[in-house]
Design a protein around this ligand. Sequence first.
Ligand SMILES: Nc1ncnc2c1ncn2[C@@H]1O[C@H](COP(=O)(O)OP(=O)(O)OP(=O)(O)O)[C@@H](O)[C@H]1O
Length: 265
Amino acid sequence: MSPPDLALRGLRLETGSPASPVVLVDGIDLGITRGRVQALVGTSGGGKSLSTLALLGLLPRGVRRSAGSISLDGVELTEAGVVALRGRTVGLVQQNPTGCFNPIVTIGRHFQETLALTGTGARAARATAVARLAEVGFDAPARLLELYPFQLSGGMLQRVAIALALACDPPFLVADEPTTDLDLVVQAQILDLLDGLRRHRGIGILLVTHDLSVVARLADEVAVLIEGRIVESRDAHGLFATPRDPCTRALLDVHFALQPEALCA
Ligand SMILES: Nc1ncnc2c1ncn2[C@@H]1O[C@H](COP(=O)(O)OP(=O)(O)OP(=O)(O)O)[C@@H](O)[C@H]1O
């Protein structure tokens, strides 16, 4: 298979002093291809969030990348190049949409501030905001611009967060547990929306989730990250049908114990 368009290779993340580092993840290969959904699954604390944050140059203080490279369309990026990916090349959607918004700033202002990063003026930002909000399914997007985040439900806010992530027209989206805090009906709407973006925009999505039903619904490829290492990485259908690694099998067993219906990718 050809390498992903946006690729992380040999990622090693450490914390603690450089003299006696604690290794958090090691040897991580992960990537996103336009028009495809790459899922990243695994046990809690395995390193999913840190690995995706590394892809965006957003590592928290105290965590450093001690090995690994990030490349876009085959060209290795510098640190500054990785930071420049955010927004324009990769949009980020996180869990708990409420926490992603400034409560005292209107939805319209959020778009204005995001689009100002690309030198977009207020009038053009408004037009883009209306277009993106319509794209994620709002019937009266112009009215939304005047509202504050607390006036919207969690599901509406997650759709606004996706519209904001798309503001600068990025070819890639990183979605870290995008449905975790939402009820089942809204979860299904958000998954349909992400699937539509992949099909209609040709956007490439890195989907971080602990929910294998979500993986089965959306993913083309799956990487299983356990205790800082990828133990299996392949097409979703093959992984569900014939899991090779004992850790993958254990994840599937736990899933089936809780949700007996078949996973069909
Ligand atoms: N800022 C930090 N400083 C030091 N260690 C950290 C930091 N953030 C996370 N870690 C550690 O790095 C490891 C991986 O964390 P990470 O949040 O990436 O896991 P995860 O797979 O996303 O877990 P979850 O599914 O629970 O969100 C964990 O052992 C965690 O305790």
